[in-house]
Design a protein around this ligand. Structure first.
Ligand code: FES
Length: 108
């Protein structure tokens, strides 16, 4: 399998603890979350009615959708709360020289 292609997204220090920021990279909306000084990347689209998480909130390792309150684990995108049922995608993330890099799938 080909090596994943990592793309620099933001400076790690720009994401505040217990918070997240949203980005669009190569046409894919992503959310970078920080909790306990770990960083995670998930897609910025709820699996319930496709709402973005921009106005949502984080609680521990969960991100909560602003539209109907469905929730997802920021570590792997698994669904943790109704009315959402399906997981969302999560993406490999690494920190290189203080920069967050995310491996996104090939352009869709
Ligand atoms: S759109 Fe996210 S819970 Fe409904």
């Amino acid at each position: 399998m080909a090596e994943p292609c990592f793309t620099a997204v933001a400076a790690a220090e720009d994401i505040k603890e217990k918070n997240f920021s949203t980005f669009e990279i190569n046409g894919i909306g992503i959310v970078i979350c920080r909790f306990r000084d770990e960083y995670f990347a998930i897609e910025n689209q709820c699996s319930h009615a496709m709402e973005a998480f921009d106005n949502g909130r984080m609680r521990g390792y969960r991100i909560i959708c602003p539209l109907h309150g469905g929730s997802f684990d920021i570590r792997d995108g698994s669904c943790t709360g109704a009315p959402a049922k399906k997981p969302i995608r999560s993406f490999p993330l690494r920190i290189v020289d203080g920069k967050i890099e995310v491996a996104l799938p090939p352009e869709e």
